[in-house]
Design a protein around this ligand. Structure first.
Ligand SMILES: Cc1cc2nc3c(=O)[nH]c(=O)nc-3n(C[C@H](O)[C@H](O)[C@H](O)COP(=O)(O)O)c2cc1C
Length: 462
């Protein structure tokens, strides 16, 4: 069987992910796995039409396609995403139609599910036969149980192709027919004199997005800065070189405008609006490049204590995966998400009102420094990083380790001496049946609220 492996690692052959592929290849010599370095060669793929067509031909004549990629900032690397965009832009979807496919993603499991969802949905959009996905931790190949399962995953893929099994679709096609938005209502202008607000967008070509940004800006007395990522000099995507691990120094450094913009402008803002167009279940490749390059801060939050808003043209309600990625991004950064406004409304005035409400809430919540508590998205993400940086990834991520120590991210082992003594005593008491019965029947519920009641009833607590 001839399987095409589409390598999503910007590092090309020197890739963790490819070690999993080599392992499969070694154990299944009867099948041929042809690796194509997609992310590493994206410039050539984009510029050299013949090269792109050769790749399409290889896929066309293959028995199956294995998308093999590292996680990059909640999904795939920007270069891999660009390849996906090119498939649609160049009308090559027929090449993928009804091909059997599976995903192999390596990561440290930080939002690997959103990357899998994204790629699975793309495969469904391409009308492929999606067999399975396999998402090990980057070093899981060292574990025998995972190696055994990896081989079963591969066997299942080969068997599915051989037997032409029926596969299940998980994602419905996305449909979006927005109104042609033109602002109709002018409301009282808001005073943002003591706030630094910035809107970052990737394009002003989409007229709905352009008009939404314009209407949003008109909500304020002051003029609001808009930065178009197309005008920002960004030389390329993150290369995954990890030079930033030592002290946050990016390999691009001052070769382009990215770091200067990020550190001097974005970090200085009180209120940040990200604006863009949803295409192929994400924002544009330019946006992804922008977000990936933020990895020069490695695993240290770098945009904390801001109020965030999103202005999006596109069917966000049909792409909950993207909503979760953006929510998680803001939470993990230690900032506060005020809300999303999209062009999914039925009338101009509804959209006007929502844009104004977003502007109003951003100012109001920034003034009182309100933050609703972080949910699982931010808390779990940070705990995962905490464990990784404490353990396996302390080197090369030395800068993270220093920052985590300084900011008390290493909140373990949990000492909590009072609760440990209380737990010890209660566990001992519960060994006696009649006390256990009394505790579990009559004491647990009042016990759970005792400390909270004290606060509620204490008039001196502010
Ligand atoms: C820029 C960048 C972004 C990353 N983002 C994530 C992420 O969002 N979630 C995660 O679990 N791992 C993330 N990782 C870790 C890689 O996915 C992981 O190290 C992977 O195994 C690398 O595979 P490769 O050597 O094939 O490129 C990121 C690494 C880099 C360099």
């Amino acid at each position: 069987m001839n399987i095409v492996v589409l390598n999503g690692s910007p590092k090309g052959d020197i890739s963790v992910t490819m070690q999993y592929i080599h392992y499969i290849q070694k154990k299944y010599k009867q099948h041929r796995l042809t690796i194509i370095n997609i992310a590493k060669n994206i410039h050539k793929i984009e510029k050299d039409k013949a090269y792109f067509e050769n790749i399409m031909d290889a896929i066309k004549s293959s028995d199956g396609v294995l998308w093999a990629f590292p996680l990059y900032v909640f999904t795939v690397s920007s270069s891999y995403q660009r390849f996906i965009e090119l498939i649609f832009e160049r009308n090559m979807t027929a090449v993928f139609k009804e091909k059997y496919t599976s995903l192999l993603a390596t990561s440290i499991h930080f939002y690997d599910h959103t990357a899998i969802n994204y790629m699975h949905a793309i495969c469904d959009d391409l009308d492929m036969h999606y067999v399975d996905d396999f998402s090990p931790h980057m070093y899981d190949l060292e574990k025998e149980a995972i190696r055994n399962n990896l081989l079963l995953f591969a066997k299942n893929f080969f068997d599915a192709i051989e037997n032409q099994v029926t596969t299940l679709k998980a994602f419905n096609p996305v449909k979006h027919a927005p109104i042609n938005y033109v602002s109709e209502i002018q409301q009282d202008k808001l005073d943002a004199s003591n706030k630094k607000i910035i809107i970052v967008t990737d394009s002003l070509e989409n007229s709905n997005l352009k008009n939404m940004i314009h209407a949003f800006k008109l909500s304020f007395v002051q003029s609001i800065e808009v930065v178009n990522l197309q005008d920002l000099d960004i030389k390329g995507g993150c290369l995954g070189c990890l030079k930033c691990g030592y002290d946050y120094t990016c390999v691009y450094h001052d070769k382009d405008d990215y770091i200067r913009f990020y550190n001097n402008t974005l970090k200085a803002a009180d209120i940040i609006i990200f604006a863009g167009t949803i295409q192929h279940r994400y924002l544009s490749y330019r946006w992804k490049m922008f977000l990936d390059r933020g990895f020069f801060n490695t695993h240290t939050p770098s945009l904390s204590n801001k109020q965030f808003g999103f202005i999006l043209s596109g069917p966000l309600n049909q792409v909950p995966n993207l909503r979760q990625i953006l929510e998680a991004y803001v939470q993990w950064q230690g900032s506060h998400l005020v809300g999303f406004v999209t062009d999914e409304y039925a009338t101009n005035s509804e959209l006007d009102n929502h844009l104004y409400a977003l502007a109003n809430n951003l100012i109001k919540l920034s003034d009182c420094n309100y933050r609703r508590p972080t949910t699982f998205l931010g808390i779990a993400g940070m705990k995962l990083f905490r464990d990784e940086i404490w353990g396996e990834l302390r080197f090369p991520f030395i800068a993270d380790h220093k920052a985590y120590r300084t900011h008390n991210v290493y909140d373990f082992p949990q000492k909590y001496y009072t609760s440990r003594i209380r737990n010890f005593v209660l566990m001992l008491m519960c060994k006696i049946p009649f006390i256990r019965k009394e505790i579990y029947s009559n004491k647990i519920k009042p016990g759970m609220i005792a400390s909270l009641e004290k606060i509620v009833n204490n008039d001196s607590v502010s």
